[in-house]
Design a protein around this ligand. Structure first.
Ligand SMILES: Cc1cc2nc3c(=O)[nH]c(=O)nc-3n(C[C@H](O)[C@H](O)[C@H](O)COP(=O)(O)O)c2cc1C
Length: 172
């Protein structure tokens, strides 16, 4: 089974989720790649594409919010100009109906903001538009501090989800 995991991450939270999902997939050969260098064509022999990233101002990061995140952390930013949002502009699936699954990360508090955060829904829509078939409902994972730490249990939840996805794909 060939799996491609594409993520965007400013503080590392989504990288942790991507690695946990890959670990959960077990024997599948998973390639993990950041969105700014992800391939724009998904090869026909990829059995599953899993895509995730953060909520910035209730949606996918933009160049301005990436720069904000980098300024706050004092960390390095590969590029403010390219991430999931821009990747979707070029993305196509070589085979129509290729299986895909999505997640996002968010703060989850105050509770009301959770209702507005829509990155996972946007990712799902963009993947469908590019020709993918969603095999599972979008998953939400929760940042503990907005800066890289997950709430307790969410890394394990991501690993368990990876195992579920492997089962779904094997059963076809
Ligand atoms: C500019 C900016 C805007 C953000 N806006 C939101 C938001 O609207 N809702 C939310 O839940 N989290 C928001 N956050 C927190 C991010 O969701 C959190 O930093 C992210 O999930 C961590 O993922 P990462 O470490 O992979 O970048 C924001 C963070 C930044 C830097």
């Amino acid at each position: 089974m060939r799996v491609l995991i594409v993520y965007e991450s400013l503080y590392g939270t989504n990288r942790t989720i991507a690695r946990a999902v890959a670990a959960g997939l077990g024997g599948a050969a998973a390639t993990i790649v950041e969105a700014y260098v992800a391939p724009s064509t998904i090869d026909a022999d990829v059995d599953l594409v899993v895509v995730g990233g953060p909520n910035h101002k209730a949606g996918l990061p933009r160049p301005s919010t990436r720069a904000e995140a980098a300024a706050e952390s004092g960390g390095t930013l590969h590029t403010a100009e390219r991430g999931l949002r821009e990747w979707f502009g070029d993305l196509r699936f070589a085979r129509r109906g290729q299986p895909a699954a999505v997640w996002d990360t968010r703060m989850g508090s105050p509770r009301i903001l959770d209702l507005f955060d829509r990155s996972a829904a946007v990712i799902a829509g963009r993947l469908r538009h590019a020709g993918a078939r969603l095999v599972d409902k979008p998953r939400k994972f929760y940042s503990a501090d907005g800066k890289g730490a997950l709430v307790a249990g969410d890394e394990e939840r991501a690993r368990a989800w990876g195992a579920e996805l492997a089962g779904l794909i094997r059963r076809g």
